[in-house]
Design a protein around this ligand. Structure first.
Ligand code: PLP
Length: 393
């Protein structure tokens, strides 16, 4: 062991703590859900998971996972192209492709890997990737791994996007990339306007729907459905690790040729183990439940989110308008955000404060995430506790 290196790391860790950026992990002693228990024995109402439609502990999905283990075994011990493809993986690819309005799909161990592996095989120095400035870290990393020209446009600013498209007109191909739902602000990308601009400037569109798949759009098919352009987005990446059960796994949905090329060349696909078959089986069940629900999850979640948003505004809180279950309560001051979140936790409400560098300086907030699992009583309790905490902090 190199002691100099340990000393160096300890100094760096101290710096992170001094800057108040050290992330502590609270340990849960229960399954994920709206009511959870933490290691300190505290029972809390949970408003900070991505379990938007309560699938993380859904009985049908758990049953499908158990049956998946029994039928397909625990793991594949292989990448897909050697001996790691079972019919359950092919079925999930077919189901998620049709759910997102695409021709085909390819699975990854995580959406982080999907975003990391999507650009490099498809684009090179002759091409331009035009990316919303607030895109997820995995898109930023994926773009860095490719040799294409990197261009950023101002967050959801269509004028700036058009300017960048004009400037990139000499590139062989142009692709516009955006999160479908941005996780810190809960805003939905104007995918219809992006598709229009892409058609005008002969560009492709890539949308990461990790925070959208399962509940955004009338039937939960994501931001393209919400914006009325289902079937017109070239590449959709998404995760099975949030609304669709929350275990793990990601995918890229696209035209046949795009998926075929990724199977040949995408490094996180070629050089990483197959998604666990039980996760694939459970994800198939999640999609099937969603299809059968006919949009009930989306409408229930919208109703509950709108209620929380509207009542908070009535109380005088600064809460931006929005259509998602991600609701930032803007506090601006970092200490205030931390203190209110701590006060809420003491009173049995689990929410997370975010400050710089996760969000811009001076834009500290508490992010609330609503789930269909929350009852109106749960949401009313959250509202009441927010009011009390802000008065006493
Ligand atoms: C927008 C977005 N893309 C990708 C990911 C990564 O997804 P996964 O957890 O499947 O790696 C996340 C998760 O935080 C995300 O929010």
């Amino acid at each position: 062991m190199n002691n100099d290196f340990s000393d160096h790391l300890n100094r760096k860790l101290d710096e992170i703590k001094e800057m108040n950026l050290y992330k502590n992990e609270r340990v849960l002693t229960t399954p994920q859900g709206s009511h959870i228990e933490t290691e300190d024995g505290k029972k809390v109402l949970n408003f900070c998971s991505n379990n938007y439609i309560g699938f993380a502990n859904n009985n049908d999905i758990k049953k499908a996972a158990v049956q998946g283990v029994e039928k397909w075994g625990f793991g594949l011990s292989s990448v897909r192209f050697i001996c790691g493809t079972q019919s359950v993986h092919k079925q999930l690819e077919k189901d998620i492709a049709s759910f997102t309005g695409c021709e085909d799909a390819i699975l990854y161990a995580a959406c982080f890997d999907a975003n990391g592996g999507v650009f490099e095989p498809l684009f090179d120095e002759n091409d331009a990737i035009i990316s919303d400035e607030l895109n997820h870290a995995s898109i930023i990393d994926g773009i860095r791994l490719s040799k294409a020209k990197r261009v950023r446009y101002k967050h959801m600013d269509m004028e700036d996007l058009e300017k960048q498209l004009v400037e990139a007109k000499d590139s062989r191909f142009r692709i516009i990339c955006t999160d479908g739902v941005f996780s810190m602000d809960g805003d939905i990308a104007p995918v219809d306007k992006i598709v229009e601009l892409a058609e005008k400037y002969n560009a492709l569109v890539m949308v990461d729907d990790s925070h959208a798949t399962g509940y955004i759009g009338k039937t939960g098919r994501g931001s393209a459905e919400h914006c009325g352009v289902l079937g017109r987005v070239d590449i959709i990446t998404t995760t099975f690790g949030k609304a669709l059960g929350g275990a793990s796994g990601g995918c890229i949905c696209a035209r046949k040729e795009i998926v075929e090329m990724l199977r040949q060349k995408s490094r996180p696909y070629l050089f990483s183990n197959t998604l666990a078959p039980a996760v694939a089986a459970a994800s198939i069940e999640a999609l099937s439940l969603l299809k059968k629900s006919n949009g009930n999850y989306s409408s229930d979640l919208k109703k509950k989110s709108d209620y929380f948003r509207g009542t908070m505004k009535g109380f005088g809180f600064d809460v931006p308008d929005g259509d998602t279950a991600i609701i930032p309560v803007m506090l601006y001051d970092e200490h205030l955000a931390v203190n209110i979140a701590e006060n809420l936790y003491v009173n049995g409400i689990y929410v997370i404060p975010f400050s710089f560098p996760v969000v811009p300086k001076g834009k500290a907030r508490i992010r609330v995430q609503i789930s269909t699992e929350h009852s109106m009583e749960d949401i009313n309790r959250l509202l009441e506790e927010f009011k009390n905490a802000s008065q006493s902090t």
